[in-house]
Ligand binder design. Structure first.
Ligand SMILES: Nc1ncnc2c1ncn2[C@@H]1O[C@H](COP(=O)(O)OP(=O)(O)OP(=O)(O)O)[C@@H](O)[C@H]1O
Ligand code: SF4
Ligand SMILES: [Mg+2]
Length: 332
């Protein structure tokens, strides 16, 4: 295969956040929309990990849900192996559905507490019709438990009998049961202790090597994505402000927002940067700032930044959306 496995083009999602109809009529207010994802485009090659980072509310989960067909884009497209992702039950989509899975943040909420672990793990295999023979399903579940570092006996237990890290192992085993090629991981370790986090991240990397998986890895934490991702996309208020190879992003961040995020990462060698707090609040997405939406927090902002919206311009293997970067006025 030569082309990218995932191709996201101008993906945009608005949410209707209007008051109830009667209140709007009485208060003479128009409908209100919140743009959670704003014109986002990226590609992921087979076997690659692309990470998306951004503060809370930057649109990470909304992108994830659109990628796996859980949420309909307002506009834009997602292509999986050149086929459009749709929210329907057509034969084509059923076939496509087997090829991707999603792992969610909370290993507590995402596992049905009343189901035995073996049934939880078998579910995608059964629902997607990957395997029908009960013996084969049982055998596969045992293999999956082993693959994620649990024992066959664990299949007879219930989720509440496991720690957070073990539950995330169960969630990983479930996501693998339909033999997917692509897995969207939405903050898979952020609910876990740091030491457990590292074990789960290592497991995910090993599984990627072993099974040739492609990941979209979502996190608010740059130090977590650093060791997971080949490339990193930085989101701010629903828009991509920088995309770069992982190493380049840490060594030579371009966008002022990426610099701000990096400055706040504790104990990060490689960058001789002073530790600084992230300053300023994220603006209200219902009423985003004009021009460059980062301008109220940007230490380099100029007059034009308040008026003109910068484009994400591709430069080498990276890209940044900033007027000053575009004009070569910010040194790295
Ligand atoms: N169903 C919805 N209705 C209205 N607004 C929504 C809905 N889902 C998300 N939003 C808004 O869209 C924006 C993006 O939300 P999203 O959950 O994608 O962010 P996130 O980056 O995943 O944040 P977090 O790090 O907190 O998980 C936020 O402003 C959020 O309030
Ligand atoms: S466009 Fe202006 S406000 Fe936006 S990041 Fe660049 S310098 Fe800062
Ligand atoms: Mg989220």
């Amino acid at each position: 295969m030569t082309g990218p496995l995932i191709k996201v083009d101008k993906l945009t999602r608005d949410f209707d956040v209007s008051k109830p109809w009667l209140n709007r009529v009485i208060e003479r207010e128009a409908k209100q929309y919140l743009r959670a994802v704003d014109d986002v485009s990226f590609e992921i090659k087979k076997g690659e990990t692309l990470a998306l980072v951004g503060e809370s509310g930057s649109g990470k989960s909304t992108i994830a849900k659109m990628l796996v067909g859980l949420l309909k884009p307002t506009s834009g497209t997602v292509l999986f192996d050149d086929q459009p992702m749709r929210m329907d039950t057509s034969d084509n989509m059923q076939q496509l559905r087997k090829r991707f899975q999603m792992i969610f943040q909370s290993p507590f909420a995402s596992l049905n507490p009343r189901w035995k672990v073996s049934d939880i793990i078998a579910e995608p295999m059964v629902v997607l019709g990957v395997e029908k023979d009960r013996n084969k399903i049982g055998k596969r579940v045992d293999e999956l438990l082993d693959l994620v570092g649990l024992s066959e006996k664990d299949g007879n237990k219930f989720p509440h009998e496991f720690s957070g890290g073990q539950r995330q192992r169960i969630a990983i085993a479930r996501s693998l049961s339909s033999n997917p090629e692509f897995i969207v991981c939405d903050e898979p370790t952020s609910a876990l202790d740091v030491s457990v986090q590292a074990q789960i991240l290592n497991l995910m990397r090993d599984l990627q090597d072993e099974l040739g998986l492609t990941y979209l890895f979502i996190s608010h934490d740059l130090s977590v994505v650093r060791h997971m991702a080949n490339r990193i996309g930085v989101l701010y208020l629903g828009a991509l402000v920088e995309v770069a190879e992982s190493k380049t992003l840490f060594q030579k961040p371009k966008h002022p927002y990426t610099r701000m995020l990096l400055d706040a990462v504790p104990d990060l060698e490689m960058t001789n940067r002073m530790r600084k707090e992230i300053t300023g609040e994220i603006p209200n997405p219902i009423n985003p700032p004009s021009g460059c939406t980062f301008h109220p927090r940007c230490p380099f902002a100029e007059e034009r930044c308040k008026i003109e919206k910068p484009k994400l311009l591709i430069a080498g293997s990276g890209a940044a959306a900033c007027h000053l970067v575009e004009d070569g006025l910010l040194s790295t």
